[in-house]
Design a binder for this molecule. Structure first.
Ligand SMILES: [Zn+2]
Ligand SMILES: [Zn+2]
Length: 258
C-alpha cells in the first residue's frame, strides 16, 4: 500500500476540485498510483483574499482520500496528469503540520531544503497513521463517541493525570485572574460575553482553559501563552474527545465553517 500527501493550492490553474479530481505534474506519477491512500494538505496562506476559503492561514492537513483512475491532462504539453479522487473525507478541524515542535512528516536529509515545495510527497504508513490519529476520522475516536458515557473507565493513568493537572491549573485562582486580566472576559473562540448576555448577573463569568499538555509537575505555566478564556460551550467542545484536545485555531475553524 502506498501513502502520500497531496498539496492543494488556494489558487489553481487547472480544473481540479477538492475531493473529486487532482492535477499533478508527471514527476509525481509513481507516487500517485491508483489505490494510494492520501492526505490533503494546504501550505501557508499567500494571499489574504483566500482567508475565508481556508480553515486557517497556517499550513494544515484537512482530509483523507484514495487515488482512483489516473489519466493524461489533454491540455498539457508536458505530460501532466489528472487523478480521480475517491472516498474523500474532510476533517472537522485542521491538523497542524507540527506537534510539540516536531513535523508530523519525516523529512529525509536529502530533501531538507525544498521539502515543502513538493506538491506530492510520499510518506510511510507510520506518518499516515500519525496524522490521522490527530483527526476525528480514526476508528478509535468513533468508538470513543459511542462509549462517551463510560469513557472515564477507559482513561489511562497518564491521561487521567494530565486531565487532573490541567483542571488544577484551570482552577488555580491566581493563574485564573492573571489569564482574565490578559485575555479579558469574552470567549476567545465565539466572542460571547456574559456581562453583555446576562447583565450584572453574568459579570466576571468565563472559563479558563490550559492549552499545553502538562508534563509531570514542575512546569511553569504562563497565563499569557498557556491559557485562554472560553465560554462553557466552547470549552466543552475543545475537550469533547478524550484523545484529542483541539487548539483555539481548530475550534475557530470549526465555528467559521457553519
Ligand atoms: Zn465560546
Ligand atoms: Zn480546558
Amino acid at each position: 500500500m502506498n501513502y502520500a500527501i497531496i498539496a492543494e493550492n488556494d489558487e489553481s490553474l487547472w480544473h481540479d476540485q477538492t475531493g473529486e479530481t487532482y492535477h499533478f505534474p508527471k514527476t509525481y506519477q509513481k507516487l500517485l498510483l491508483p489505490g494510494t491512500q492520501i492526505i490533503y494538505y494546504k501550505g501557508r496562506m499567500l494571499k489574504k483574499t483566500f482567508k475565508d476559503k481556508r480553515m486557517t492561514p497556517a499550513p494544515y492537513y484537512f482530509g483523507t482520500a484514495v487515488i482512483g483512475h489516473v489519466y493524461p491532462d489533454p491540455d498539457s504539453s508536458k505530460g501532466d496528469l489528472y487523478a480521480d479522487i475517491e472516498h474523500f473525507t474532510r476533517f472537522s478541524y485542521p491538523i497542524e503540520i507540527t506537534q510539540n515542535g516536531t513535523y508530523l512528516e519525516s523529512i529525509p536529509d536529502s530533501k531538507k531544503t525544498n521539502y515543502w515545495r513538493n506538491g506530492v510527497r510520499g510518506i510511510s504508513l507510520e506518518v499516515y497513521q500519525r496524522i490521522i490519529s490527530l483527526s476525528d476520522r480514526t476508528d478509535e475516536n468513533q468508538t470513543n463517541d459511542k462509549n462517551q458515557g463510560e469513557s472515564e473507565s477507559y482513561t489511562s493513568t497518564e491521561g487521567r493525570k494530565k486531565l487532573v493537572m490541567t483542571t488544577v491549573y484551570e482552577r488555580d485562582p491566581n493563574l485564573r485572574s492573571r489569564a482574565i486580566e490578559i485575555h479579558g472576559l469574552s470567549c476567545m473562540a465565539c466572542a460571547v460575553n456574559f456581562r453583555e448576555l446576562y447583565g450584572e448577573w453574568g459579570e466576571g463569568f468565563i472559563h479558563v482553559h490550559h492549552t499545553k499538555p502538562v508534563a509531570e509537575g514542575v512546569r511553569e505555566v504562563s497565563p499569557k501563552e498557556d491559557m485562554i478564556v472560553l465560554c462553557p460551550n466552547c470549552h466543552s467542545m475543545i475537550h469533547r474527545k478524550k484523545n484529542v484536545t483541539l487548539t483555539l485555531e481548530q475550534l475557530k475553524a470549526i465555528l467559521r465553517k457553519k
